[in-house]
Design a protein around this ligand. Structure first.
Ligand code: NAD
Length: 255
């Protein structure tokens, strides 16, 4: 047997929602470097422009599209344009997400709804609409962004943890439903990684040290730490892996 090509992604078409953010952008770079045709979809126009510039400078190709993952029509537009251009969709990385850090007694209902809408309902909408092309093809890979908060109850993370716990169980259910169609559905569970999502919190007094102390490897993650997991779960290397969460957390959830 020859295993040297199990991570190759030539001819594969990948959509990354939230692809202009810290983790999504790095995942998009990794997928493109391994040969995938990459569509970066995000709601932030300026960040999409920055992605185009970064890819151009690295000599990598990218197609960017504006999307709101909570809006079915907007996601349908991304799926349709991708199919018109490439004729297939092989990989979906659901990386759009937000967090509202507040104790339950201070969290507004609208903040709860917004977090659940983007993190959980957005994952459902993108998986359903974009994944339907994979079901038709009888081949595909969906990678959802879970979190250590898919498993742990950190204070002040109620809406976020509810959404990420939901993402994990949605991942498992979809994996069951789409296993007969050869569509793998998995999640990644990162611990704290410095991106726009976490930088405010990490700059608070004592927060950085507290987080680092809670991680057995005694450091924060980097967006690059997540790329190996993305490549594994997007490629042939994980063909018999479905319904799981791969923790990328420096051991945070090991004990
Ligand atoms: N950074 C971490 O420490 C960490 C840890 C665990 C899990 N995660 C998860 O990884 C994912 C990416 O996080 P990140 O750190 O890259 O955050 P980020 O803020 O850098 O990126 C998130 C991206 O999602 C986009 N987005 C938000 N709402 C959207 C919407 N309605 N439609 C389309 N795009 C939308 C934003 O514009 C942004 O580009 C999130 O799901 C997050 O919960 C992050």
């Amino acid at each position: 047997m020859v295993y040297t090509d199990i991570f190759k992604l030539e001819q594969k078409v990948a959509i990354i929602s939230g692809g202009a953010g810290g983790l999504g952008r790095e995942a998009a770079c990794g997928l493109a470097e391994f040969g995938a045709k990459v569509i970066v979809a995000d709601q932030d126009h300026d960040s999409l422009k920055a992605v185009e510039k970064q890819f151009l400078e690295s000599g990598l190709e990218v197609l960017t599209m504006e999307v709101d993952v909570t809006d079915c029509r907007s996601v349908e537009n991304v799926a349709q344009k991708t199919l018109e251009r490439f004729g297939r969709i092989d990989i979906l990385i659901n990386a759009a997400g937000i967090n509202m850090r507040k104790p339950v007694l201070e969290l507004e209902e609208s903040e709860w709804d917004q977090t659940l809408d983007i993190n959980l309902k957005g994952t459902f909408i993108c998986s359903k609409i974009i994944g339907s092309a994979m079901v038709k093809q009888k081949q595909g890979k969906i990678v959802n962004m879970g979190s250590v908060s898919s498993l742990l109850g950190h204070p002040e993370h109620s809406a976020y943890a509810a959404s990420k716990g939901g993402v994990l169980l949605f991942t498992r259910v979809l994996a069951m439903e789409w296993a007969p169609y050869n569509v793998n559905v998995n999640a990644i569970g990162p611990a704290y990684i410095k991106t726009a999502l976490t930088e405010d919190y990490l700059s608070g007094e004592g927060h950085y040290d507290k987080i680092v102390q809670s991680i057995p490897m005694r450091r924060l993650g980097t967006p690059g730490d997540v790329v190996g997991a993305v490549l594994y779960l997007s490629s042939k290397a994980s063909d018999f892996v479905t319904g799981t969460i791969l923790m990328v957390d420096g051991g945070r959830t090991a004990d």
